[in-house]
Write a protein that binds this ligand. Sequence first.
Ligand SMILES: [Zn+2]
Length: 493
Amino acid sequence: MFRILLAEFKHETNTLSQQKTDFESFRNRGYLTGQAIIDNRLHTGTEMGAFLDILLDQPDVSLIPVVASNAMPAGPVTQDVFDLVCGQIVAAVRQSGPIDCVLLSLHGAMVTESSGDGEGDLLTAIRQAAGEHVLVVSTLDLHANISPAMAANANALITYEAYPHVDMYDRGLEAARIVLRTLRGEIHPVMRCVHLPLILPAMTTLDANMKKLVDQIYQYKQMDHILSVSFGHGFLCADTDVLGATVGVVADGDEDLAETVAEKLADLIWQAKEKLVHETISAQQAIERAQLTDKGPIVFADVADNPGGGSSCDGTHILRLMIEQNVSDAAVALIYDPDAVEAAVKAGVGQMVDLNLGGHTQSDIMGEPINCRAYVRLIRDGRYQNRGPMERGMTVNLKKSAVVEIGGISVIIAANRTQPYDLEIFYAHGIDPTRRKILLLKSTHHYKAAYGPIARQMLSVEVSGLMPQNPKHLSYTKCRRPIYPLDPLENRR
Ligand SMILES: [Zn+2]
């Protein structure tokens, strides 16, 4: 019987954010142990859902689910939470009797209070506890800052291929199949990683230049003896010494092949780097573009206030301009503001309420609160289930939420942050997103998977926020130098 330990520990850390990620942050999004992991994740469109779908009914596999913890991106993970979760996984490795594999679902861009390389520390601790003979495999987010310590302490690292991340489940299947075939002696995975001195902006794989690279990755994956090909873009808002893009290739027993393919892909990425730019427009330009047509929906993506990248989700710059310019037939998902939700609840449905909306977190960057009088349309428990292409089946918990109307703009306000990448956030709040002219979304690219089919236009609108799109607009102090585009670099080696 092959004994496989399962764990999830995910956080994308934005070092610009002053909001620490503590245990409450993990509880707000998800913290599960033991059997509850199977009960909660089975048949969901997640990596853990895929692990379970592949492994649960295998006659020669015994699963040991340890912990599944995931918090909304924000500032560094507090030391007590890292020590707790890392300690749970390491203790399970030591105390579960002989194990054959540790199969993990990690993000890859975790920064803790004491370390810029959370996953590197975690994988090092797991390897020390497990020994060299135990297979260690992990899925990673496409925005992983894959470090040398991560590469050295895992047998295989497998990143998402797509941004929007519509392939979490598929990459979970890929990892679980590699685990199963390895344990059964059918393959012998070896991995080579190539780290590039390159900070990429948040680049969707729908972008034509990025798509060429993805097509090339597909081609490499078809080669004989290649088991997996990963391109970790890195996460530009994690200012650490491991920030940067990395290629990882897993081959069947052939280290030279893994290295050759990794170097070739790294060359292609390096050659394409000048073209990998996220073009954005101003809020005023977006409003003017919307005025040119009667047809919607037109998405205004507030790309720099993406809570999925650790921003505060309470930025007010775009909404303020929309109110000032009497924009109507618009809906907003969402403004994080627990006090405003409480005020709406206190006023009651059908009543007017005076709000000091949003802008309570790092308002020097996110904008000042909007003083306004609003109509309370609806109050909810804040729960809805994703039905779209990302994390289908997972329940989102906004803790408590409301819809308030400011002029012709319906604004979802919530007591918890989330990236609104599923249409259900609107439907659950009594808003039909297909019938609004303008949808203001706190998202960089993920929304495109669900909103692409319904939107007439999708505009990347950039105002001041905690997730700037151009690396040159961040003041880095910790990342290694030289690095492109901060420094002029001819060669990547
Ligand atoms: Zn990501």
